[in-house]
Design a binder for this molecule. Structure first.
Ligand SMILES: [Zn+2]
Length: 396
């Protein structure tokens, strides 16, 4: 609740976008808490913030945990912030219980997970694992024209803590605690989700071109109405992606009509497709059929389909999944295995080290929304499973 004051909105959510003044304030708050407890703090070239509790063997790589402090423009209090604060809570609890681990444990707040101000998202974790170059993002601008390089400088300079060189510290393993952002745990009445992986996603752009005409004089039989064609295309795509098990996700989230005049027949329509599935075979098979279905159903208009991104599904390592499940069982918390519907920083960490995630329920599964909510009991349960899993990994 203290962190949620940074960027608090009138409707009870937060607007704490990456590298903003609100994000900086939240970082400084976490740094202050960490320093009060005597933990070391570091930041790297992209602004990832590390809070370190030393282990007994300084030669060993740290076990990492964390998530992100940035939010959507109309985001909730828990998406991301929960994982960072649950990690910090674990470090404090280990101090209080005088538990020493062989490996260091580090809590990380990854920079710009949401990608709503500066694109793409999960920027900090992607750069940390070497999946993206710092140089490739420095000139990105936000919608107001602010260059990322400048916002990053301001952020780094606002906290005079030691700078860590890229690649100087590698993770032994990574566990991220997060609200589920979906309704499955709540519906099942279970407090813990053992996350087995993250579903893959494809983004495509569709452009349909017809011909502008006067709404009053052009006979309908002679029209090449791009919006009318788009409606038929989207209906055909809904049909293509119908899934009785309701696992395949298909969303048209943006649709632009040109010229956008009430008395002109639309000459062009642009819309986006977001397609997701945990199995790459399905993602590939269905996604690959989209261009043909679009062309067949575009009536007398021309249609082009452009693939913007294809992110393969992530499968977490059994060694970590089993450990999360064992911790949850040992503590007496009923749980279920489940894939993550949303993308997370863990997606990138899984490329370089054994990785897992712990989900806790959130009210009605609502997220990316100011009304996002979770109970203290639910969040504490997740933190307890996180603590148990981290200690077991840190004794390896
Ligand atoms: Zn998140």
């Amino acid at each position: 609740m203290d962190v949620a004051r940074h960027g608090a909105t009138a409707n009870g959510g937060v607007n704490r976008q990456a590298l903003s003044a609100e994000d900086i304030a939240a970082r400084r708050h976490v740094i202050a808490w960490a320093q009060q407890r005597g933990f070391q703090t570091f930041q790297d070239e992209i602004g990832n913030l590390f809070v370190r509790r030393d282990g007994t063997d300084p030669s060993l790589a740290p076990v990492m945990t964390g998530s992100h402090l940035d939010s959507q423009p109309t985001g909730g209090k828990f998406d991301g912030a929960y994982g960072v604060l649950a990690g910090l809570e674990v470090l404090e609890a280990l101090n209080d219980a005088k538990i020493h681990t062989r490996r260091p444990i580090e809590v990380v707040a990854w920079t710009n997970e949401e990608g709503s101000r500066f694109s793409p998202g999960a920027m900090g974790s992607a750069i940390f694992v070497g999946a993206r170059d710092l140089a490739s993002v420095l000139d990105v601008r936000d919608p107001k024209g602010v260059v990322l390089r400048d916002a990053l400088d301001t952020t780094l300079n606002s906290s005079p803590i030691p700078r860590r060189a890229h690649g100087s510290v590698r993770a032994h393993s990574y566990i991220e605690a997060h609200i589920e952002q979906g309704p499955i745990l709540e519906e099942a009445g279970l407090p813990i989700g053992v996350v087995t992986g993250i579903q893959g996603s494809r983004r495509l752009n569709v452009d349909i071109t017809g011909e502008e005409a006067h709404a009053g004089t052009a006979p309908r039989r002679a029209r090449r109405d791009a919006l009318s064609a788009a409606v038929s295309v989207i209906a055909a795509l809904e049909n293509l992606t119908r899934d009785d098990d309701d696992v395949l996700r298909f969303t048209v989230g943006r649709c632009e009509v040109f010229p956008g005049s009430p008395n002109t027949v639309p000459g062009r329509v642009h819309f986006t497709i977001d397609l997701r599935h945990p199995a790459d075979t399905t993602l590939r098979a269905i996604g690959d059929r989209i261009p043909a279905v679009v062309k067949q159903s575009a009536k007398n208009c021309a249609a082009t389909v452009t693939e913007v991104s294809y992110v393969n599904p992530t499968t977490f390592q059994a060694a970590v999944i089993d450990r999360v499940r064992a911790s949850s069982d040992r503590l007496g918390f009923r749980n279920m295995d489940m894939p993550s519907g949303a993308g997370h920083d863990a997606m990138y960490l899984a490329r370089v080290c054994p990785t897992g995630m712990i989900f806790v329920p959130c009210l009605r599964g609502v997220s990316h929304n100011e009304i996002e909510s979770a109970t203290p009991e639910e969040l504490a349960t997740g933190a307890r499973v996180l603590a148990d899993t981290l200690v077991s990994l840190a004794q390896e």
